[in-house]
Unconditional design. Structure first.
Length: 120
């Protein structure tokens, strides 16, 4: 089963949404590590083998976080970031994407759907 770590900028309701879907999902706030550096948070995601979900653009920079060097990053790129839109697109993604293939990929969730970058 895929596990998720959600950045401090992702609404806590998304953690609850994923948990209701049966996933092991934890938020940075729930782990009481908010304020930790990006490197510390990514290290925790790698250590616990969790896909990292964030709004932060720099996590989609493959020079900083190369494809294959993590368990997967999902960047939410929905503006304005309405919870209903986030949950709708995340639900679509979970229904259409084979999570067994997410390791090392970058997924960008957008209002219209999602894009995936993999190691060539």
């Amino acid at each position: 089963m895929t596990k998720f770590l959600l950045d401090e900028n992702v609404p806590p309701a998304v953690v609850g949404f994923l948990q209701k879907k049966g996933f092991d999902a934890k938020g940075v706030y729930g782990l009481r590590i908010h304020g930790a550096s990006d490197d510390e948070i990514m290290q925790l995601a790698r250590q616990d083998e969790r896909v990292f979900i964030t709004f932060d653009k720099h996590f989609s920079n493959i020079l900083l976080y190369p494809l294959g060097s993590h368990c997967g990053i999902i960047r939410i790129r929905i503006h304005p970031p309405l919870l209903s839109d986030i949950l709708r697109i995340l639900d679509q993604f979970l229904q259409k994407f084979d999570l067994t293939t997410i390791r090392g990929t970058l997924v960008v969730l957008e209002r219209e759907g999602f894009r995936v970058r993999r190691i060539p």
